[in-house]
Write a protein that binds this ligand. Structure first.
Ligand SMILES: [Zn+2]
Length: 65
């Protein structure tokens, strides 16, 4: 899998973060945000997003495999 970087701050995204972008913003996005930029965008904290990732994993979401 190719490296994905945040389009706002150029930091590298982990696989789970890319999956979270898809989960929250849709499957057809072509720009990705890191957790801190995503947090700003969605008006929530990085911790909130980390909790969400764990929740989606527990639900067995196919994006988080
Ligand atoms: Zn960023």
């Amino acid at each position: 899998m190719k490296h994905v970087i945040c389009y706002l701050c150029n930091s590298e995204l982990k696989k789970d973060y890319v999956a979270l972008n898809h989960k929250l913003l849709g499957r057809n996005i072509n720009k990705y945000m890191c957790l801190s930029c995503l947090g700003d965008y969605l008006d929530c904290t990085v911790d909130d997003l980390l909790v969400k990732i764990e929740e989606f994993k527990e639900q067995g979401c196919a994006l988080f495999k």
